[in-house]
Design a protein around this ligand. Structure first.
Ligand code: HEC
Ligand code: HEC
Ligand code: HEC
Ligand code: HEC
Ligand code: HEC
Length: 316
């Protein structure tokens, strides 16, 4: 019996081990196999890439033909950035966004159905990017579709698309520090995209998010101690869970770029935390309330009766 249970543990551990390694088996993908081996970075090519970045920044759509050498460099460096990104780690291969046939091993056949990103019918064309990304990030897409950014994007190129903020091919989430400067790239008097105070507002809201997270942590500690002291914390726990839920949706909510709605959500989470805190607020400890700061009536009466007793004894 004992032997049986231990061998079944080994059996399940083995299955777990195999399942763990299956997602990493992306080597079957010809895009990855070939792009991995393309020529490494050259200094000149690095410069070309910088020129291209500057073009994008000042809104000049640079055709691939204008710096031909750069194409090969991009195909290489994009692989490098991709391989370290969340997408690379999770096996989201090149063909998922670019199309093409990852079962073909020659470049011509693999590339046959790939459309250049300057072509408006390409899945990675500026205005088609949200839909391409949205296939896997539907919540971000839905929020984004409600934004002024999206509405402007359909009309002109100055508005950001997913890859303006999550640059290919690192696809990283901007951290709050970058976030502030980044919004100012367009929302400033120089670039003339109103409202100009967006960077300030964004900074203010990020501060509020951080304070909320801090308050939630505090309340959870108070709940822990209240529970130990026998308080019923069910309701407080529920309020805190609501607040946590709101916080976990904030990243998706950013994509509406409706800062009033964003702040409303923050405020509702703040109220939940406050309600929870009202329930579990640590009561002042009993020893503290009994320590008198001035001698109380009892103490004074005691001293007087002691003196009176002494007086009586001495008189006798
Ligand atoms: C046998 C090698 C090979 C295979 C397989 C391959 N590529 Fe490429 N790819 C290249 C090379 C080399 C370049 C550089 C430009 C050139 O020489 O055409 C390139 C360029 C590109 C470009 C940019 C230029 C363009 O034509 O738009 C994209 C996008 C691209 N590859 C995607 C893919 C995808 C997606 C797959 C898989 C479906 C794939 N590649 C499979 C070798 C390959
Ligand atoms: C999650 C989606 C996504 C994945 C995965 C992805 N790309 Fe891209 N790629 C894009 C987008 C979007 C653009 C357009 C960026 C722009 O206009 O600046 C792009 C642009 C490129 C370009 C520039 C020129 C062109 O013709 O499109 C090359 C080269 C390229 N990708 C190669 C690759 C290679 C190689 C891989 C895999 C190692 C890969 N990409 C994986 C989304 C992706
Ligand atoms: C085929 C599915 C797929 C497509 C298409 C796709 N993604 Fe992703 N993306 C994923 C997965 C899987 C992850 C990693 C797990 C997670 O964080 O949800 C991820 C993660 C991310 C992250 C978080 C990375 C991090 O470090 O936390 C960002 C940002 C992102 N994707 C942006 C994009 C953008 C922009 C596009 C379009 C150009 C895109 N994705 C297209 C599947 C996809
Ligand atoms: C104007 C900038 C901007 C645009 C455009 C944008 N994002 Fe984001 N994205 C952000 C910010 C800000 C965050 C949240 C960062 C944080 O919470 O610190 C984020 C977070 C994410 C995450 C991580 C979510 C998580 O749960 O951690 C994904 C995935 C993502 N975006 C995908 C997309 C997709 C897909 C699009 C296009 C439909 C898009 N983004 C467009 C700014 C942008
Ligand atoms: C590539 C340029 C660009 C970038 C970068 C950019 N925006 Fe915008 N934003 C726009 C445009 C264009 C509009 C539409 C302005 C209009 O309709 O008058 C807009 C509108 C907005 C609005 C709506 C304002 C309103 O009146 O309702 C908000 C909020 C906003 N952006 C927030 C942000 C934040 C936060 C960031 C940084 C994460 C950011 N934007 C980055 C171009 C940009």
């Amino acid at each position: 019996m004992k032997l049986k249970s231990s061998s079944s543990i080994i059996f399940f551990a083995l299955i777990g081990f195999i399942l763990f390694f299956i997602p990493q088996a992306v080597a079957e993908n010809s895009c990855i196999d070939c792009h991995k081996t393309l020529s490494p970075f050259l200094e000149v090519q690095k410069q070309f890439n910088q020129i291209r970045m500057r073009h994008l920044e000042i809104n000049v759509s640079c055709s691939l033909e204008c710096h031909e050498d750069r194409v090969r460099q991009l195909a290489t460096s994009n692989y490098q950035q991709w391989s370290e990104s969340g997408h690379g780690i999770n096996g989201i291969t090149c063909d998922k966004c670019h199309g093409g046939n990852p079962n073909q091993t020659t470049k011509e056949k693999a590339h046959a159905s790939i459309i250049n990103n300057n072509d408006p019918s390409s899945p990675v064309y500026y205005t088609n990017v949200p839909k391409t990304c949205g296939a896997c990030h539907p919540n971000e897409l839905t929020s984004f579709e409600n934004s002024k950014h999206y509405k402007k994007l359909e009309a002109l190129k100055l508005a950001p698309t997913c890859t303006t903020c999550h640059a290919p091919h690192g696809f990283a989430v901007l951290d709050p520090e970058e976030f502030r400067n980044f919004c100012g790239n367009c929302h400033s008097v120089y670039k003339k995209v109103a409202p100009y105070d967006i960077p300030l507002q964004a900074e203010y809201l990020l501060g509020k998010v951080n304070k909320l997270k801090f308050d939630i942590d505090n309340t959870r500690q108070d709940i822990f101690w209240a529970k130990k002291n026998g308080t019923d914390v069910t309701q407080a726990q529920e309020y805190t869970d609501n607040a946590l839920n709101t916080v976990s949706n904030l990243a998706v909510l950013w994509h509406e770029f409706n800062l009033t709605h964003f702040e409303d959500e923050l405020d509702s989470a703040n109220k939940d935390v406050q309600k929870a805190e009202d329930i579990v607020k640590p009561t002042p400890s009993p020893t503290k309330t009994q320590v008198p700061t001035t001698p109380g009536f009892v103490a004074i009466a005691g001293i007087i009766s002691l003196l009176a007793a002494l007086y009586v004894v001495r008189k006798k």
